[in-house]
Design a protein around this ligand. Structure first.
Ligand code: SF4
Ligand code: SF4
Length: 79
């Protein structure tokens, strides 16, 4: 079973659920900050590249989360 992979700093956390990410790239295309890219380290459901996040550039707008057709992203500000 794939484990989710998270990118985080002191203010926010972005998680990709590898077991359901199909590598469609919609999140990468939609991110207004251009802080998402295909991963060189992690693979998704179809053994295609999953997604990495440059968390320091993320503004937690949740666009990626809303557009992901497979609900494979969770992004939040830390309390
Ligand atoms: S929350 Fe917004 S800025 Fe952060 S990765 Fe998703 S689309 Fe990009
Ligand atoms: S939109 Fe969802 S399924 Fe598609 S690459 Fe991004 S995280 Fe994976």
């Amino acid at each position: 079973m794939y484990k989710p992979v998270s990118f985080e700093n002191g203010e926010r956390k972005w998680t990709n659920f590898l077991e359901i990410c199909k590598g469609c790239g919609i999140c990468i295309e939609k991110c207004p900050q251009k802080c998402l890219k295909f991963s060189e380290d992690n693979m998704g459901y179809y053994s295609t590249p999953a997604v990495d996040c440059d968390i320091d550039r993320c503004i937690v707008c949740k666009t990626c989360e809303m557009f992901c057709p497979d609900v494979a992203i969770n992004v939040n500000k830390k309390p």
